[in-house]
Design a protein around this ligand. Sequence first.
Ligand SMILES: [Zn+2]
Ligand SMILES: [Zn+2]
Length: 259
Amino acid sequence: MGFIYFTTIFIFIEDRLGFKSCAGILNALVFTCFALMSFVSFVSCVLMDPGHVPSNFVPEIEVGEVSDQGTKKNGVNSRLCDKCSTYKPPRAHHCRVCRRCVLRMDHHCMWINNCVGFGNYKPFFILILYAATASIYSMVMIITSALQKDWELKSGVSHVKILYVTCGSIMAALSLTLGTLLFWHTYLLSQNMTTIEYHEGIRATWLARKSGQNYRHPFHLGVYRNIISILGPNMLKWFCPTAVGHLKDGISFPTSRSS
Ligand SMILES: [Zn+2]
Ligand SMILES: [Zn+2]
């Protein structure tokens, strides 16, 4: 992260625009903001608790009904975690790496060495958003800087050329990866779905079709309500990774049936 930041700032922006020009300073400032926000989101993801099941959690009767909506196997009995020997609220799953049940679990992320769950899904989404924007920004800077240069074709391979091609390739690969990840999680966010629920949904859809029914993800409340349930009702705080005051207990979730 630091490497990308310093090469972009000190080599490419400096090279293309120079820090003496207004555009150079502006570009450096904008890029610094994205890089800084990525770093803040990253630290938030690592430090924030994804959400654990309270020790006194006892499932209510409706819990079974909500789970039953999609997959009939998810009755109250099957929601008992056989590893923790406690009940799991709806949308919670057991993480083998963390060795505990995680609320609204999305996946265990190696990069942040933490689970992505109820408590830190917002900073995780914001992290991908800022990191993807920063890497696309950096890639554009490198490409425009390279196009602007007068490359002497006969001069052969120089160190500067190697640096441009290497950094350009790294940033292009990173932009593509982060862009795809951002696209995927934007889709999940709009559907109020976790990665685990997406995979469960494929099976549930198949089972429902077999019995001539339609499967609908039970927590899908409409795109706007799905977004505010994760990013918060205040639009001004949508892009702040630490603004998670709107999150409730992570044990019960409104469903399309209840609303
Ligand atoms: Zn468990
Ligand atoms: Zn985990």
